[in-house]
Design a protein around this ligand. Structure first.
Ligand code: IMP
Length: 177
């Protein structure tokens, strides 16, 4: 209710739509990795945690869940341009099948950086699953294997995405004006 009454937030994706999409992605990934025994889900801290946990609960195949921390927008709406790892993986991904789980691909700079850092560790395969994709903002052409929703250019909050650490725990995805 608070969300609908607010003049700064406009709901873009409802809780029901999120649940349906996560279940759909979980099925697709479970089917595609059915023969794989060494899947590592790499969730990018902190934004993708909500999605990664929900996604993992919709998988019917074995996997290891690990986390990588990176610096991102600096909390605001502007992009700092620089990305760095703030927490590395605990799992050795060499010769493992890795699925990188992202909250949103915007410019593609972060994903491009992460893919480079992970590729040099020689995983057997490296694919990307993002919940949100904002193609209009893309600067770098990055591969996306699974995506939840394509959305227009806007600043998005909720379901893990924040503005100065606010709104992460919202159950819907909204545009912040
Ligand atoms: P990119 O490098 O521009 O693709 O952005 C990557 C990261 O920036 C995402 O994983 C998010 O953590 C953050 N980000 C990008 N767009 C938004 C947004 O609209 N709202 C909140 N965070 C965002």
């Amino acid at each position: 209710m608070e969300i609908e009454n607010s003049c700064r937030l406009k709901v873009l994706i409802s809780e029901e739509q999120i649940d349906e999409k996560v279940a759909f992605l979980g099925k697709a990934i479970s089917r595609d990795y059915a023969q794989v025994r060494d899947l590592v889900l790499v969730a990018v801290l902190r934004g993708s945690v909500y999605f990664a946990v929900d996604l993992s609960r919709n998988l019917s195949i074995p996997f290891i869940l690990d986390f990588i921390g990176i610096s991102s927008y600096g909390g605001g709406m502007e992009h700092p341009g620089a990305v760095r790892i703030t927490k590395d993986l605990d799992v050795n991904i060499t010769h493992k099948n890795v699925l990188l789980v992202e909250d949103i691909v915007d410019t593609g700079l972060t994903l491009n950086y992460l893919l480079k850092k992970l590729r040099i560790r020689n995983p057997s395969s490296l694919r990307v699953c993002t919940f949100l994709d904002m193609p209009e903002k893309r600067i770098l052409d990055v591969p996306v294997d699974y995506k939840g929703f394509e959305i227009p250019d806007a600043f998005i909050v909720g379901y893990g995405l924040d503005y100065h650490e606010h709104y992460r725990n919202m159950k819907v995805i909204a545009v912040l004006k």
